[in-house]
Design a protein. Structure first.
Length: 263
Protein backbone atom coordinates (compact mmCIF):
# COMPACT_ATOMS: atom_id res chain seq x y z
CA UNK A 1 0.00 0.00 0.00
CA UNK A 2 2.81 2.42 0.85
CA UNK A 3 5.56 0.74 -1.13
CA UNK A 4 5.90 3.91 -3.24
CA UNK A 5 7.69 5.45 -0.23
CA UNK A 6 10.68 3.29 -1.18
CA UNK A 7 10.97 4.95 -4.58
CA UNK A 8 13.93 7.30 -5.17
CA UNK A 9 11.71 10.36 -5.36
CA UNK A 10 9.97 9.67 -2.04
CA UNK A 11 13.15 8.65 -0.25
CA UNK A 12 14.71 12.01 -1.18
CA UNK A 13 11.57 13.91 -0.15
CA UNK A 14 11.46 12.10 3.20
CA UNK A 15 15.14 12.79 3.89
CA UNK A 16 14.66 16.49 3.09
CA UNK A 17 11.68 16.56 5.44
CA UNK A 18 13.68 14.94 8.24
CA UNK A 19 16.48 17.48 7.68
CA UNK A 20 14.16 20.48 7.66
CA UNK A 21 12.53 19.73 11.01
CA UNK A 22 15.65 20.02 13.27
CA UNK A 23 16.99 22.90 11.14
CA UNK A 24 13.84 24.95 11.67
CA UNK A 25 13.76 24.10 15.37
CA UNK A 26 17.37 25.29 15.70
CA UNK A 27 16.58 28.50 13.79
CA UNK A 28 13.73 29.11 16.23
CA UNK A 29 16.09 28.78 19.21
CA UNK A 30 18.59 31.08 17.46
CA UNK A 31 15.91 33.77 17.20
CA UNK A 32 14.91 33.13 20.82
CA UNK A 33 18.50 33.68 21.95
CA UNK A 34 18.62 36.92 19.94
CA UNK A 35 15.42 38.02 21.68
CA UNK A 36 16.88 37.21 25.10
CA UNK A 37 20.10 39.06 24.22
CA UNK A 38 18.12 42.13 23.14
CA UNK A 39 16.05 42.11 26.33
CA UNK A 40 19.17 41.78 28.49
CA UNK A 41 20.87 44.57 26.53
CA UNK A 42 17.88 46.88 27.01
CA UNK A 43 17.90 46.12 30.74
CA UNK A 44 21.61 46.96 30.94
CA UNK A 45 21.09 50.26 29.13
CA UNK A 46 18.13 51.16 31.34
CA UNK A 47 20.11 50.37 34.49
CA UNK A 48 23.10 52.41 33.26
CA UNK A 49 20.96 55.42 32.40
CA UNK A 50 19.09 55.36 35.70
CA UNK A 51 22.16 54.83 37.92
CA UNK A 52 23.50 57.78 39.88
CA UNK A 53 26.48 59.42 38.14
CA UNK A 54 29.97 58.61 39.41
CA UNK A 55 33.33 60.26 38.69
CA UNK A 56 34.67 59.13 35.33
CA UNK A 57 37.98 58.15 36.92
CA UNK A 58 36.17 55.38 38.85
CA UNK A 59 35.15 53.60 35.64
CA UNK A 60 37.87 54.37 33.13
CA UNK A 61 41.59 55.00 33.00
CA UNK A 62 44.28 55.48 30.33
CA UNK A 63 44.17 52.55 27.93
CA UNK A 64 40.97 51.18 29.48
CA UNK A 65 38.42 49.48 27.21
CA UNK A 66 34.90 50.48 28.21
CA UNK A 67 32.88 47.30 28.70
CA UNK A 68 29.28 46.57 27.75
CA UNK A 69 28.29 46.92 31.41
CA UNK A 70 29.93 50.35 31.61
CA UNK A 71 28.51 51.67 28.37
CA UNK A 72 25.97 54.49 28.89
CA UNK A 73 26.88 54.76 32.58
CA UNK A 74 26.48 58.34 33.70
CA UNK A 75 29.74 59.88 34.81
CA UNK A 76 30.94 63.27 35.97
CA UNK A 77 34.21 65.10 35.42
CA UNK A 78 35.60 68.52 36.28
CA UNK A 79 38.18 70.37 34.24
CA UNK A 80 38.79 72.91 31.50
CA UNK A 81 37.83 72.47 27.85
CA UNK A 82 40.82 72.52 25.50
CA UNK A 83 39.27 74.08 22.40
CA UNK A 84 42.67 74.49 20.75
CA UNK A 85 42.71 70.70 20.22
CA UNK A 86 39.04 70.35 19.42
CA UNK A 87 38.12 67.90 16.65
CA UNK A 88 35.07 67.15 14.56
CA UNK A 89 33.86 63.65 13.70
CA UNK A 90 32.64 63.45 10.12
CA UNK A 91 29.43 62.02 8.64
CA UNK A 92 27.35 62.00 11.81
CA UNK A 93 23.59 62.52 11.77
CA UNK A 94 21.17 64.17 14.16
CA UNK A 95 17.63 63.08 15.08
CA UNK A 96 16.42 64.28 11.64
CA UNK A 97 19.07 62.20 9.83
CA UNK A 98 20.81 65.35 8.65
CA UNK A 99 24.52 64.81 8.01
CA UNK A 100 26.95 66.91 9.97
CA UNK A 101 29.73 66.66 12.57
CA UNK A 102 30.07 65.61 16.18
CA UNK A 103 32.18 68.05 18.18
CA UNK A 104 34.90 66.30 20.20
CA UNK A 105 36.57 68.50 22.81
CA UNK A 106 39.20 67.34 25.34
CA UNK A 107 38.40 68.18 28.95
CA UNK A 108 41.69 68.66 30.83
CA UNK A 109 41.32 67.42 34.40
CA UNK A 110 43.06 68.84 37.46
CA UNK A 111 45.80 66.16 37.30
CA UNK A 112 46.65 67.03 33.68
CA UNK A 113 44.97 64.01 32.13
CA UNK A 114 42.26 64.52 29.53
CA UNK A 115 38.80 63.07 28.94
CA UNK A 116 37.31 63.26 25.45
CA UNK A 117 33.85 64.85 25.50
CA UNK A 118 31.45 64.65 22.59
CA UNK A 119 29.64 67.98 22.99
CA UNK A 120 27.00 67.20 20.34
CA UNK A 121 26.08 67.64 16.69
CA UNK A 122 26.53 70.61 14.37
CA UNK A 123 25.43 70.84 10.71
CA UNK A 124 27.89 70.58 7.85
CA UNK A 125 27.56 73.79 5.82
CA UNK A 126 28.74 72.86 2.35
CA UNK A 127 31.65 70.55 1.62
CA UNK A 128 33.27 68.92 4.64
CA UNK A 129 36.74 70.09 3.69
CA UNK A 130 37.35 73.04 6.00
CA UNK A 131 37.16 73.00 9.78
CA UNK A 132 33.67 74.27 10.66
CA UNK A 133 32.87 77.17 12.92
CA UNK A 134 32.01 75.70 16.31
CA UNK A 135 30.23 77.49 19.15
CA UNK A 136 32.64 77.69 22.08
CA UNK A 137 31.89 75.84 25.32
CA UNK A 138 31.79 77.52 28.69
CA UNK A 139 35.19 78.91 29.65
CA UNK A 140 37.10 78.23 32.82
CA UNK A 141 36.73 75.30 35.15
CA UNK A 142 33.50 73.39 34.60
CA UNK A 143 31.82 70.21 35.81
CA UNK A 144 30.15 68.04 33.18
CA UNK A 145 27.93 64.98 33.22
CA UNK A 146 27.55 62.54 30.38
CA UNK A 147 27.24 58.95 29.20
CA UNK A 148 30.43 56.89 29.11
CA UNK A 149 31.05 55.32 25.68
CA UNK A 150 33.70 52.92 24.34
CA UNK A 151 36.24 53.93 21.72
CA UNK A 152 34.82 53.48 18.24
CA UNK A 153 36.12 50.88 15.79
CA UNK A 154 35.31 50.13 12.16
CA UNK A 155 34.21 46.61 13.11
CA UNK A 156 31.65 47.80 15.66
CA UNK A 157 30.40 50.90 13.82
CA UNK A 158 30.70 49.90 10.18
CA UNK A 159 32.43 53.24 9.53
CA UNK A 160 35.65 53.10 7.54
CA UNK A 161 38.50 54.85 9.33
CA UNK A 162 39.58 57.03 6.42
CA UNK A 163 42.97 58.70 6.78
CA UNK A 164 44.31 61.79 5.02
CA UNK A 165 41.31 63.92 6.05
CA UNK A 166 41.42 67.71 6.42
CA UNK A 167 43.13 68.93 9.61
CA UNK A 168 41.26 68.28 12.90
CA UNK A 169 38.74 65.94 11.26
CA UNK A 170 38.37 62.23 12.07
CA UNK A 171 35.99 59.43 11.20
CA UNK A 172 36.11 57.55 14.51
CA UNK A 173 36.60 58.54 18.14
CA UNK A 174 39.68 56.83 19.53
CA UNK A 175 41.22 57.90 22.83
CA UNK A 176 44.59 56.21 22.21
CA UNK A 177 45.08 58.03 18.92
CA UNK A 178 44.07 61.37 20.41
CA UNK A 179 46.50 60.84 23.29
CA UNK A 180 49.34 60.88 20.76
CA UNK A 181 48.14 64.09 19.10
CA UNK A 182 47.48 65.81 22.45
CA UNK A 183 50.80 64.61 23.89
CA UNK A 184 49.07 63.96 27.21
CA UNK A 185 47.44 61.02 28.99
CA UNK A 186 43.83 60.43 27.93
CA UNK A 187 41.25 58.31 29.73
CA UNK A 188 39.89 55.40 27.70
CA UNK A 189 36.64 55.87 25.82
CA UNK A 190 34.78 59.16 25.71
CA UNK A 191 31.72 60.87 27.17
CA UNK A 192 28.52 62.00 25.45
CA UNK A 193 27.73 65.32 27.12
CA UNK A 194 24.30 65.63 28.76
CA UNK A 195 24.90 68.45 31.25
CA UNK A 196 25.28 71.39 31.30
CA UNK A 197 22.81 72.00 28.48
CA UNK A 198 24.34 73.87 25.54
CA UNK A 199 23.57 77.56 25.20
CA UNK A 200 21.47 78.83 22.32
CA UNK A 201 23.20 78.08 19.02
CA UNK A 202 25.48 75.48 20.59
CA UNK A 203 25.89 71.88 19.43
CA UNK A 204 22.72 69.80 19.41
CA UNK A 205 22.86 67.27 22.28
CA UNK A 206 23.02 63.60 21.36
CA UNK A 207 19.74 61.90 22.21
CA UNK A 208 19.34 59.07 24.68
CA UNK A 209 19.75 55.59 23.22
CA UNK A 210 16.52 53.87 22.25
CA UNK A 211 16.19 50.82 24.48
CA UNK A 212 12.43 50.28 24.30
CA UNK A 213 12.23 48.03 21.25
CA UNK A 214 12.81 44.30 21.60
CA UNK A 215 12.61 43.62 17.87
CA UNK A 216 10.74 40.85 16.02
CA UNK A 217 12.96 37.97 17.14
CA UNK A 218 10.39 36.25 19.35
CA UNK A 219 7.82 36.35 16.55
CA UNK A 220 10.40 34.88 14.17
CA UNK A 221 11.16 32.11 16.67
CA UNK A 222 7.48 31.15 16.89
CA UNK A 223 7.22 31.19 13.09
CA UNK A 224 10.18 28.81 12.71
CA UNK A 225 8.68 26.40 15.25
CA UNK A 226 5.31 26.52 13.47
CA UNK A 227 7.09 25.75 10.20
CA UNK A 228 8.84 22.82 11.90
CA UNK A 229 5.49 21.47 13.07
CA UNK A 230 3.96 21.98 9.64
CA UNK A 231 6.63 20.09 7.70
CA UNK A 232 5.64 16.55 8.86
CA UNK A 233 1.96 17.45 8.47
CA UNK A 234 2.62 18.52 4.89
CA UNK A 235 4.63 15.36 4.25
CA UNK A 236 1.76 13.19 5.52
CA UNK A 237 -0.78 15.08 3.38
CA UNK A 238 1.37 14.41 0.30
CA UNK A 239 1.68 10.73 1.23
CA UNK A 240 -2.07 10.35 1.63
CA UNK A 241 -2.69 12.12 -1.65
CA UNK A 242 -0.19 9.92 -3.47
CA UNK A 243 -1.77 6.77 -1.98
CA UNK A 244 -5.25 7.93 -3.00
CA UNK A 245 -4.16 8.74 -6.54
CA UNK A 246 -2.45 5.37 -6.91
CA UNK A 247 -5.49 3.53 -5.52
CA UNK A 248 -7.84 5.31 -7.92
CA UNK A 249 -5.56 4.61 -10.86
CA UNK A 250 -5.41 0.92 -9.96
CA UNK A 251 -9.20 0.70 -9.58
CA UNK A 252 -9.79 2.29 -12.99
CA UNK A 253 -7.34 -0.09 -14.61
CA UNK A 254 -9.17 -3.09 -13.11
CA UNK A 255 -12.57 -1.80 -14.24
CA UNK A 256 -11.54 -1.59 -17.90
CA UNK A 257 -12.96 -4.60 -19.90
CA UNK A 258 -10.43 -6.77 -21.59
CA UNK A 259 -10.26 -6.26 -25.41
CA UNK A 260 -11.32 -9.28 -27.51
CA UNK A 261 -8.49 -11.10 -29.11
CA UNK A 262 -8.15 -10.57 -32.88
CA UNK A 263 -8.84 -13.57 -35.14
Amino acid sequence: MYRFLLSRQWVILTLVTLLLIPTMIELGFWQLHRHQHRVAQNERISAALSAAPVPAEQLTSPGHTVTGEQRYRRVTATGTFDTAHELVVRRRTNSDDTIGFHVLTPLVLSDGRALLVNRGWIPADGAQTAFPKIPAPAGGRISVTGRLMPDETSAASGIKDVRGLPPRQVMLINSAREAKSLDRTVLGGYVELTSPAPHSGGPEPIGRPDHSSIGPHMAYAVQWWLFAAGVPVGWWVLVRRERRDRTEATAKAEEQPAEPATV
